[in-house]
Write a protein that binds this ligand. Sequence first.
Ligand SMILES: [Zn+2]
Length: 410
Amino acid sequence: MLTLNYTYRIEPTADQKQQMLSWLETCRRLYNRCLRDLKDWLNSRKCSVDYCSINKEYIMSPDIPFPSYIEQKKQLTQWKKTNPYLKEVYSQVNQDVVKRMHNTWSAFKRRGFGFPRFKKYGQYRSFYYPQFKKNPLTGYQIKLPMIGNVKINQHRPIPEGFKIKAVRIVSRARNTKWYAVITIQSNVSVPDVIPYGRAIGIDIGLENFLSTSDGFKVRPARFFLDLQSELKSLQRKASRKKRSARSEVSSELGRTKQKRSKNYEKAQIKVAKLHHKIANTRKNFHLQVAHELCDHADMIFVEDLVFSVSAKGFLGKNMHRSSFGQFRTLLSWVCWKRGKYFAEVDHKYTSQICPHCGAHTGKKELKYRVHNCPECGYSTSRDIASAQVIKQRGLEYIYIKGSPNLAEKL
Ligand SMILES: [Zn+2]
């Protein structure tokens, strides 16, 4: 079974947009309701019955079952009777909201962090149709249950042999851009990529976006800096625009209030659109680099650095800006698509080992950009040296341990 996601721009009419926005708001309220019940239940089990409930009162009948996915799905039918607005949303979309909350909850239980959070107004930005009996695409339109035909820009066709399984509708850039993420499935089985041919190791760094073991370097793209400074100036302008003081403004001032808030909203939309553009540009840049690497190699090894951790630490904003985590995911996907072998290797000490003689050269501070081995005299740029170590590690795993499916284990 092969599952892929294809993303297309859609252009809903003003009415459709209104409807989708109201769906998002309903979904958000439903999500929060489910989470509230879950939290209340958990808290009620934390309070001892024989304690004074002066600070907290969460005592709940012990008969009330845990609000599991199945349980809350059942309750949804009840809630619909008392909250008619829930009925305005397609029922499978509603059910998926309950599921989404429970997915977050199970992920939290598995990993021990990331407890589901309440979504604030406007924070719920996508809804999901989990199944389609018929193909909803007609070439230039997509037929969404209860919303109707929405114009779609199908810039590439759904590949032969694939069926549409699900569709997620996503709102971006302050509801000015809408997308349909179409999940397609096919029964073909895809063989695992077997390691073969030319190998490279990749070191992801600061000064260079990345360096490979054979000395190829990719500079961080200049246009990010330009876009970034454009973003800064837009944000500065936007922050000068006054937000509307909704409750304080009296009715005589109604006009001024509206004018102000409109300008504010306009400025915010500009900022959101630029954010959107930066994200798209970055993704294109990442894809382009990934393809370029695949042109030059058959096996690609990267280090398994946890990027979200280092983004917070000393590497800071730069690291974050290039969002290497996304790059790694894209690279593994491009490799898979092009039949190239991709694996992650242990990142420890990659910058402290000499790729030439294997000697430990000790910790280098970030300011030292050159690797000089005191043992064998090998000298090269620091990033290239660690890329070479990464490549050697990858090859070592493959030739010694011999398993082609190392990706998870490395
Ligand atoms: Zn050496």
